[in-house]
Design a protein around this ligand. Sequence first.
Ligand SMILES: Nc1ncnc2c1ncn2[C@@H]1O[C@H](COP(=O)(O)OP(=O)(O)OP(=O)(O)O)[C@@H](O)[C@H]1O
Ligand SMILES: [Mg+2]
Length: 390
Amino acid sequence: MLAFLVTSDRADPQVARLEQLLAKHGYEIVGKTTIDEVAGDPQLEARRDSLVLVPSLPGREVDVEHVIRLAGEVAGHAFVIYVADEIPQAQYKALVRTGAADWVGWDSAMREIIELSQRVGSNVPTASRHSATPEAQHMVVSFLGTCGGSGNTTLALETAACLASLKGKDARSVAIVDLNFQRSAMADYLDLVPRLDIAQVVRNPQRLDRYMLDIFTSRHASTLDMFACADDGIDICAIDGGVVFALLEQITDLYDIVVLDMPPYRIPWVDAVLKDSDLVLVTGLYSVPSVKQIIAETKHLSERELAPEQVAVVVNQCKTTAFGGIAHDVNIDGVLSGRRVFYVQQDWPFALDCVNTGVSMVQSKPRRGICRDIKKIGDAVLAVRPKVTP
Ligand SMILES: Nc1ncnc2c1ncn2[C@@H]1O[C@H](COP(=O)(O)OP(=O)(O)OP(=O)(O)O)[C@@H](O)[C@H]1O
Ligand SMILES: [Mg+2]
């Protein structure tokens, strides 16, 4: 793999660190002193997976317009990463619009460059860290809990993590959105800092664009992107459907799969979001009262004209047999008959350990029973044919 490093100052300590990082990840470095030397390079033209790094240093700033032009010229052969402390909004938009470039700040450069390079190397869409593959349709999957604390957030998050871990031709760009704007614990589950400032969107939904969305993104090392609010005590009634749809429209445009953790309360926009989802997973526990709630919810959804194939059930925290399978209860299964049901086993020590250390269950121990159960949900998501959107 080739990485073109465009700088007149390879001795600068920050640039030297970038070079070391790329070399460590198997890149052969090709030094160039000016942007103009890159586009016509025969080594670059012969390949489709090169990186071009353009570091902008204080006092020796690179003109972003030149970087935008370069990205247009090398699109299809290379992915350009502009490293700078800041970039004006309009130029950032123009840069990512080329489909062959992105900007990273110096403070997060080391992590983000490797994430971007992995996407380029695995032939995942190169347009930007989180843009959708051109041929893939955008899909929205909603997790709707019917019983507090039963694991709705865990199931949504782990399914999203499972989908984000797919590699090669199966790779998808995946985002998870915590629609519990008032009190979100999701970021903690993966030891991330929540960045979504919903109050800012409420103040001016029209201002929401890709640049702002980038600022609102918490990026997990596994390539899963998260949109979750810090607990700032926002009045939930101030968030109307217009705000939620403005946010979701922008996000679904950027990712192949968007997983939603729905709020536990029935605020007016919830039904509309569910109706627009390609798949709704109604979650609860494997107990008589909880399954009754699940059935009531699925009836409610069918009254809202969601098609039967648009809805499935996940019962969580099921007991297991001595052989590790789900310990089925014929009475409960009877109540659920006729519905598509996924069973996820209970695994207290492991689940607790993962939330306490901020790691994903499916990414840390994919072979564990609970993770295999969650993978089946991920497989079902991949099998969904998304609704055609104009
Ligand atoms: N299958 C499982 N086995 C063991 N523990 C689980 C399982 N699923 C979830 N948990 C644990 O249950 C706790 C609550 O999970 P979670 O926050 O996902 O529930 P929730 O339904 O989203 O809660 P809330 O109603 O507060 O939003 C977490 O500590 C999580 O690790
Ligand atoms: Mg939750």
